[in-house]
Design a protein around this ligand. Structure first.
Ligand SMILES: Cc1ncc(COP(=O)(O)O)c(C=O)c1O
Length: 385
């Protein structure tokens, strides 16, 4: 398969920022286990503690509450399994790492969302009022498929009023929205470096209270204040910190991305007035557009766009390229339209020309829908430019 020329799949993973790649390369050349007491070890330890401070500072959280993990999936699993709560309430649109976290002997219940993909706070309140069992509520800050932003602070207030904890998966929001753990009222929050221009395979779980009880997932050497055993991924952590620095330096990026995304949506609606934009009435991440062209399956659209040199995802795909009905769109009541949903997501290296190329290729999809035989032949003939 030839490489796609235009990358519009930032919610799946972002291209690594050059400063992050540099930091990874430099850290790879360091010798020393961060737990060793000699000078090499101390140097490695200093790099990790600097990165911990950078993450904490960025999130307005205490450094001792920052636990480095292998990514967002592990951070979510640690939060849910380690919190010691017997009842876990998760919104119906959570990432599979939350929905499918392994929770032996715990009760898991779903909190519904409305047609715009926003969690139903009265349903949350009713679920919590239903039982005195100690609970954890998991609510993401922004959805990976639709970009819809959730009322986390309001949910945290409800959770706390019922003696529950709130975990927030902020993996997709990071780098696109400002995040302040205290303002959100989250007891724990997860991030992943590769969604904001850092390397894959590193993330954090952040605890608002660094001394909150947390049962580790792994037994071992007791690193990360006994909460996450295993030698720290120093190159990954250094790359993560460098990516955060870059995000901090580019505050206006969200404005530029929103402008690009809105231009894209405006243009495709002119080409196909029946196109549906999921979550359009709700607050959304500035970079994400989840669209359906009725009458064209997501699979066909993704393949045709790939042939035209544009990389996007089917609405549901965040893992192994699987094509399954999206649980997010299903929870929003999208029905059969969910099978047509594609996700376009922009990021730090996106430029105007990417949007223009997408809109042009989308025009090809619309023609293909009108006349499948002729248009697919055209798409094949054009191949990749
Ligand atoms: C919202 C959300 N949470 C968690 C994850 C998992 O993160 P990671 O790929 O670092 O395990 C993802 C990534 O796809 C995500 O989009």
């Amino acid at each position: 398969m030839a490489a796609a020329t235009i990358y519009l799949d930032y919610n799946a993973t972002t291209p690594v920022r050059p400063v992050a790649a540099d930091a990874v390369a430099r850290a790879l050349c360091l010798v020393g286990n961060p737990s060793s007491v000699h000078g090499f070890g101390r140097q490695a330890r200093r790099r990790i503690e600097d990165a911990r401070e950078a993450v904490a500072d960025w999130l307005g959280a205490p450094a001792a509450g920052v636990i480095f993990t292998s990514g967002g999936t592990e951070a979510n699993a640690l939060a849910l399994a380690g919190c010691g709560r017997s009842r876990v309430l998760v919104s119906a649109i959570e990432h599979p790492s939350v929905l499918n976290a392994v929770l032996p002997g715990r009760r898991r219940e779903l909190i519904p969302v409305d047609g715009d993909g926003v969690v139903d706070l009265s349903a949350l309140e009713a679920l919590l009022a239903d039982s005195d069992e100690p609970a954890l509520v998991a609510l993401m800050l922004a959805n990976n498929e639709t970009g819809v932003v959730q009322p986390v602070a309001a949910a945290a207030a409800i959770a706390h009023a019922h003696g529950a904890l709130l975990h927030c998966d902020a993996v997709q929001a990071a780098g696109k929205l400002a995040i302040d753990v205290a303002a959100l009222g989250a007891d724990s929050l997860s991030l992943s470096a590769h969604k904001l221009g850092g390397p894959q395979g590193v993330g954090v779980l952040v605890l608002a209270d660094p001394d909150a009880p947390l049962e580790p997932l792994l037994g071992g050497g007791g690193q990360e204040r006994r909460r996450r055993s295993g030698t720290e991924n120093l190159p990954g952590i250094a790359g993560f910190a460098a990516a955060l620095e870059a995000v901090r330096d580019e505050a206006p990026m969200a404005v530029r991305l929103r402008e690009l995304r809105d231009r894209l949506e405006g243009a495709i609606k002119r080409v196909a007035p029946d196109v549906i934009v999921f979550g359009a009435q709700a607050p959304r991440l500035p970079n994400t557009s989840c669209l359906a062209l009725p009458g064209m399956t997501a699979q066909t659209a993704v393949m045709a766009l790939d042939l035209a040199g544009i990389a996007i995802s089917a609405g549901s795909a965040c893992s192994s390229g699987k094509v399954a009905p999206s649980h997010v769109l299903t929870a929003m009541g999208a029905g059969p339209l969910a099978a047509s949903a594609i996700r376009v997501s922009l990021g730090w290296a996106s430029v105007d020309a990417d949007v223009e190329r997408f809109v042009e290729a989308f025009g090809g999809l619309v023609r293909q829908r009108a006349d499948p035989g002729v248009a697919s032949a055209m798409t094949l003939a054009k191949g990749r430019r």
